[in-house]
Design a protein around this ligand. Structure first.
Ligand code: DAH
Length: 339
């Protein structure tokens, strides 16, 4: 039996498969129903206990040798379905590098991470939406001119089914399904019927934020956004809020951050103003709370929304939006270090 084990060990050690068919034949010959290793195990079972002690370890080693050989040889043929190709081990190693995360994913993760430190959880919603979640529950009446601010792609008319133009639709879904206190950030892809250029695209990404509780104030919002801006753009960053208009918030504002390139002195990135526009925000309009079943006398809240590509552009001074969608690896590779 010793001899048989030694012979089989050598056979396994020296085996190299020519193709996957050859490998399968080898497997059957060794470990099939009538295979040599199977037979050895059958004989082993009939040995006296003291012989078993002697040979047990050796025969088990043989089994693991066979299994690792099989695994190693299988890898060689994994990618070829014809079973005919043999991998040439003398070829130089492939120069394929590891991939890198897309800059949009990197910035999205960073935004979500910053808000997670403040207790915000992540909420999701559908890309194909109805009129209620994108417009009417957000206080856009049917003929409201603000609807024109967002050039909508319609999937169906009457009743309207459309591609969401902003992630504010997720706010509505969250408020419909959760009771305050609510503290969520909602990342997602949005769609607008715009001509593609360096500054506009028909697909882009946003992150929406929503905080609803008793006695939430504009000052709470300002402090939260200041924390975000400093985490995102550096600890020296300052913010300013400019009055603005959104149907779903009252009052509404747009937030600028001090330009991190020139430190606020003025450069061509901030168009010599010292400030860069980052996001829209405001106190959730009581009409929005009521249309989602939340008592606006008891609860108040704030919301904000920002573009992920825009934030990435500000952080990395990428001036052409189209680069984020073309998947040119020469562009994407540059973010490897940002992992
Ligand atoms: N939905 C807005 C847009 O797409 C962004 C926005 C502004 C979201 C103000 C908000 C907000 O939640 O309060 O332009």
């Amino acid at each position: 039996m010793r001899e048989q084990i030694d012979r089989l060990r050598r056979e396994i050690e020296y085996f190299t498969a020519e193709n996957s068919k050859h490998l399968e034949e080898f497997r059957i010959r060794i470990a099939g129903k009538k295979g040599e290793l199977t037979e050895l195990f059958d004989r082993f079972k009939q040995l006296l206990p003291e012989d078993k002690k002697l040979l047990g370890r050796v025969i088990n080693e043989l089994k693991s040798l066979f299994e690792s050989k099989l695994k190693e040889q299988k890898l060689l043929f994994e990618d070829s379905d014809s079973g005919e190709t043999v991998s040439d081990k003398s070829l130089p190693a492939s120069a394929d590098g590891v991939g890198s995360r897309h800059p949009v994913t990197l910035i999205r993760n960073e935004i979500l991470e910053i808000f997670s430190h403040l207790g915000f959880t992540v909420a999701d919603g559908p890309e194909i939406e109805d009129d209620r979640h994108v417009f009417s529950a957000l206080n856009f009446p049917p003929e409201h001119p603000a609807r024109d601010m967002q050039d909508t792609f319609f999937v169906e008319k009457n009743p309207d089914i459309l591609l969401r133009t902003h992630t504010s639709s997720i706010q509505v879904r969250v408020m419909e399904s959760q009771k305050p206190p609510i503290r969520v950030v909602c990342p997602g892809r949005v769609f607008r019927n715009e001509a593609i250029s360096a500054r506009a695209h028909c697909i882009f990404h946003q992150v929406e934020g929503l905080y609803i509780d008793e006695e939430v104030s504009f000052a709470d919002m300002k402090q939260t956004l200041l924390y975000f801006a400093r985490e995102m753009f550096g600890s020296k960053t300052e913010i300013r809020l400019r009055p603005s208009y959104f149907p779903f918030t009252e009052p509404s504002a747009e937030m600028d951050v001090s330009c991190s390139i020139c430190g606020g002195k003025g450069c061509n990135i901030c168009k010599y103003t010292g400030w860069l526009e980052v996001l829209g925000c405001g106190m959730v309009d009581p009409n929005v709370l009521e249309s989602c079943g939340i008592d606006s006398k008891r609860y108040s809240g704030y919301a904000f929304g920002m573009g992920i590509e825009r934030t990435a552009m500000l952080k990395w001074q990428v001036k052409d939006l189209r680069l984020y969608f073309e998947n040119d690896v020469r562009f994407l590779r540059q973010f490897q270090a940002a992992l």
